[in-house]
Write a protein that binds this ligand. Structure first.
Ligand SMILES: N[C@@H](CCC(=O)N[C@@H](CS)C(=O)NCC(=O)O)C(=O)O
Length: 207
């Protein structure tokens, strides 16, 4: 398998971390959606990352779809979503909120860095969506011990930490960790894990 995209994308990173935890061998092509846009488009008409090229040449896009496929490659007991309800739906909800949060962070970056003039109404809406979602994740995280669900980390834990890192680096000063103490501690802990240190890249703004 070939994973396309840079690890400064929280979406690419969550897929890379899952591939590593699942011990699935893959090649990594750290292409930028801007400077390598046409190379990315050859694999994904959306010109978006992540894209995962399978061994038969088929290409999966969108981190959730990719992880759904990868989960099917491993035994149920190793999957990174809990298999029992209600933990499963709760973890799926956390992952969805975290990836939605990352989407808002990406949109805010594009609005403030790539769009002239900046729409303050749109940027303000994005900031309020980011704050409300961080608050919801904080409440959820504060209710759980470590890890968030079950006995080991899962897609929800990973997605939240990847989104936090991207937001912090793409929007310095936007997040005040003191407002989200449980979430902040969670993300710090995750970043200390070997797999997070290995599958990582500081944020590189598009040229
Ligand atoms: N919902 C998608 C979001 C992927 C996404 O927004 N990727 C960004 C990089 S962080 C991208 O490729 N942006 C380029 C563009 O949309 O033009 C997923 O979960 O994979």
């Amino acid at each position: 398998m070939i994973l396309i995209g840079q690890y400064d994308s929280s979406f690419v990173r969550r897929v890379g971390i899952a591939l590593r935890i699942y011990e699935l061998p893959f090649e990594h092509r750290p292409w930028s959606v801007f400077s390598d846009g046409e190379r990315v488009r050859a694999f994904n008409p959306l010109m978006r990352v992540p894209a995962l090229v399978l061994d038969d040449g088929d290409v999966l896009v969108d981190s959730h779809s990719i992880l759904d496929y990868l989960d099917g490659l491993v035994a149920p007991g190793r999957r990174l979503f809990p298999q029992e309800e209600p933990e499963r739906r709760r973890a799926i909800k956390v992952a969805a909120l975290a990836t939605g949060l990352a989407d808002k962070g990406v949109s805010l970056f594009y609005e403030t860095r790539l769009h002239q003039p900046i729409s303050e109404a749109w940027a303000g809406r994005l900031r309020s969506q980011i704050d409300a979602t961080l608050t919801a994740l904080e409440h959820s995280r504060a209710l759980s011990d470590s890890p968030w669900f079950g006995e080991r980390i899962g897609h929800g834990d990973i997605a939240a930490a990847c989104a936090w890192r991207h937001l912090s680096e793409a929007h310095p000063g936007l997040i005040d960790p003191e407002n989200y103490p449980s979430l902040s501690a969670h993300c710090q802990h995750m970043e200390g894990l070997p797999v997070f240190q290995d599958i990582s890249q500081p944020f590189i703004p598009p040229a």
